[in-house]
Each structure stands twice: as C-alpha cells, then as structure tokens.
Design a binder for this molecule. Structure first.
Ligand SMILES: CCCCCCC/C=C/C(=O)SCCNC(=O)CCNC(=O)[C@H](O)C(C)(C)COP(=O)(O)OP(=O)(O)OC[C@H]1O[C@@H](n2cnc3c(N)ncnc32)[C@H](O)[C@@H]1OP(=O)(O)O
Ligand SMILES: NC(=O)C1=CN([C@@H]2O[C@H](COP(=O)(O)OP(=O)(O)OC[C@H]3O[C@@H](n4cnc5c(N)ncnc54)[C@H](OP(=O)(O)O)[C@@H]3O)[C@@H](O)[C@H]2O)C=CC1
Length: 286
C-alpha cells in the first residue's frame, strides 16, 4: 500500500469513461485542495463541475485546472452559511450547466485552537460552515430533485475524528460529527425519493492549498506520519476522487447512509501502543 498500483498511477479510470457524462456535479469549496481533486475526477469521467465558494481567486483556479484537462467547469459565488445565497447558487448552476444531480458538501472551516480560548464567533464560524452549510445545501438540492421527480446523490466530506474527537479542533470535530448524524437522517428520509446520502471521512491528506494555520508544525512536515499511519504514508488527493466518484455513481446505487473511511488504517491505530499522551496546551502556542 506504499505506492499506487501502476494502472492507477498512470491515471487509468476505476469507473468507465463517461460515467458522469451529462451530469452536473456541484462541489462546495471545490477550488482548492481535496474539493478540487474530487472535481477533477468527476470532470474526467464526463461530469460538468460547478465550483461553489466565497473566493473568486479560489474558484478561478479550480475552473482553470479542470478546463486545462479538457473538462467543463463554472465558478459560482457562494457562502454556504447563507440560505439565500445557496438558493441563488443552485438556480445559477441550473441556468449555466443544468440541474445539479450530484452534490459534494466539501466546504469547511477549521483552525487549531485550545478550546478554552476559542471565541463564540470562532465556534460559530466553523459550525455554521460545516454543519449548517451542509444542511442548507442538502436541503436546496433535495427540494429541487424531489420537485423534478428525479434521483440524486449527496456526498458529505467528514474527517476521521468524527469518532474519538480532536483536541485543538473541538469546533470542527463536533460539527463533522453532526454532519455524520445528519447523513444518516437524510439518507433514510430521502431514500424513497431516490436520493442517496453518503459520507467520506479522509485521514491525513496534505496539499499545497492548506491555510498556514492548518499545516504541520513539525520541522520535518509529515515525515513522522509515515511511521504512525499503518499504511506508511499520508493520502494522495487523487485517491479521494476515486472514492467520491464511486460513491456517487450508479455502481453504488444501493449504498446510502454510509461513512466510507479513507485513511490508511490511521483510525484503527488507537490502542495501548499509542505514544505518550501530550496535552493540547503543550502542542499549540498560547
Ligand atoms: C494536512 C492536514 C492537517 C490536518 C487536517 C485535519 C482535518 C482538516 C479539516 C479541515 O476542515 S481542513 C479545512 C480548512 N480550511 C479552511 O479553514 C478554509 C476556510 N477557513 C476560513 O475561511 C476561516 O479560517 C474561518 C475562520 C473558518 C472562517 O472565515 P470567516 O471570514 O467567516 O471568519 P473570521 O471573521 O475570519 O473569523 C471568525 C472568528 O474565528 C476566529 N478565528 C479565526 N481564525 C482563528 C485562529 N486561527 N485561531 C483562533 N480564532 C480564530 C476569529 O478571530 C473570529 O472570532 P472573533 O475574533 O470575532 O471572536
Ligand atoms: N486535508 C485533509 O487532510 C483533510 C480534509 N478534510 C476535509 O476535506 C474537505 C476539504 O478540505 P481541504 O481541501 O483540505 O481544505 P481547503 O481549505 O483547501 O478547502 C476548504 C474549502 O472550503 C471553502 N469554504 C470555506 N468556507 C466556505 C463557505 N462559508 N462557503 C463556501 N465555501 C467555503 C474554501 O473556499 P473559499 O475560501 O473560496 O470559500 C475552500 O476551497 C473539508 O471538508 C475538510 O474538513 C478532512 C480530513 C482531512
């Protein structure tokens, strides 16, 4: 598992070409990092990608990356915390690319902070982006799919710390755990409408777009992770694209309410063999 199989490393598709041909896929926060990696894979399989986020710069970067690979992409201004903006974004995507058939709730906010120092507004910012934003986008999506009498797929991007928590990231962990639960409620509620709702929980996937606050504080970057993670490495962003496209494809037609973990076995490595406990106050600056 230290390297990719040669066929995959060469860029060969897991799903048949054209799996998403004619389908519109909205990726919130799709201009950077993991959202962009997923959008690129959907585009490679024929999907029309709507990159919905706040920053014009991020959207333009993502659209350019997908178009450079021959894909179809449009940037749509959106703050997922605002229900009016969400409604407008879905209408605009529909005008430009057609009705959204796949929704990837990927947008997130996070920063490391000791919980006793986290301001109410800092808590609200993260919980509103992650939990409320996911709900608002999912609701707008499902209302439109149900009104059309058509099926669809939602994929919520979590983090493996939905189980066990995350010291220094209490806001994000609580919000992501809420999204996991929401995934299950909505999966049951919308299954009769043909709308599948699944979740993808990544482990550690470093990338160049990460905000400085989210980067490793260790001088050797992610080198130490290679011995901590059972698979001996961190994730490659393309791997999330493969998982996301499968979960939203017709090949997963009977899969709903599921959390798919992609972490090289990291979450299973919590045992009496763990390193000595180090309080978060000793890991983060004052
Ligand atoms: C290699 C991987 C590393 C490990 C990964 C672990 C799993 C990763 C999970 C992720 O979610 S990664 C995604 C991270 N990406 C982002 O966070 C991008 C988007 N983030 C933002 O836009 C901001 O960071 C934001 C704060 C979340 C939201 O921005 P907004 O403009 O709405 O809010 P602000 O007005 O700037 O701030 C609101 C509030 O929050 C306080 N705050 C902001 N940053 C910090 C900080 N670093 N430390 C403490 N507090 C912070 C800010 O001061 C405001 O509070 P008040 O001052 O008004 O009380
Ligand atoms: N990288 C990793 O190791 C891990 C990541 N994850 C999850 O993966 C997903 C992607 O993270 P990653 O790519 O690493 O981080 P990034 O910071 O690169 O991506 C976050 C994206 O969210 C968008 N965003 C933030 N706030 C809003 C908002 N209010 N409305 C609309 N868009 C918003 C940002 O765009 P803009 O600024 O343009 O609004 C940005 O493109 C997140 O859900 C994250 O929690 C989970 C576990 C590990």
């Amino acid at each position: 598992m230290n390297g990719l199989p040669p066929a995959l490393a060469a860029g060969l598709a897991m799903l048949p070409d054209g799996t998403f041909a004619g389908k519109t896929v909205m990726v919130t926060g799709g201009g950077t990092g993991l959202g962009l990696a997923m959008g690129r894979e959907f585009a490679r399989l024929g999907g029309r990608i709507a990159i919905a986020s706040r920053s014009e710069e991020h959207r333009a970067k993502g659209v350019a990356a997908i178009r450079a690979e021959g894909g179809i992409a449009e940037g749509i201004a959106l703050d997922v915390r605002d229900a009016d903006q969400v409604a407008l974004a879905f209408d605009t995507v529909e005008e430009r690319l057609g009705p959204v058939e796949v929704l990837i709730n990927n947008a997130a906010g996070n920063f490391p902070v000791r919980a006793e120092k986290l301001s109410p507004n800092g808590w609200r910012a993260v919980v509103d982006i992650v939990l409320t934003g996911t709900f608002l986008c999912s609701k707008a999506f499902a209302a439109r799919r149900v009104a059309r009498g058509e099926s669809g797929a939602i994929l919520n991007i979590l983090a493996t710390y939905v189980d066990g928590g995350a010291p220094g990231h209490a806001h994000s962990a609580a919000a992501k755990a809420g999204v996991r639960n929401l995934t299950e409620s909505l999966a049951i509620e919308w299954a009769p409408d043909g709308i599948r709702v699944n979740a993808l929980a990544p482990g550690l996937f470093p990338h160049d777009d990460h905000a400085p606050a989210m980067r490793s504080r260790r001088p050797d970057g992610y080198e130490a992770e290679k011995t901590r993670i059972p698979a001996g490495r961190v994730g490659k962003t393309q791997e999330l694209g493969w998982a996301a496209t499968y979960l939203c494809s017709p090949y997963a037609a009977f899969v709903t309410g599921h959390m798919f973990v992609i972490d090289g076995g990291d979450r299973l490595n919590r045992s009496i063999r763990n390193p000595e406990f180090e309080p978060i106050r000793d890991q983060l600056p004052d």
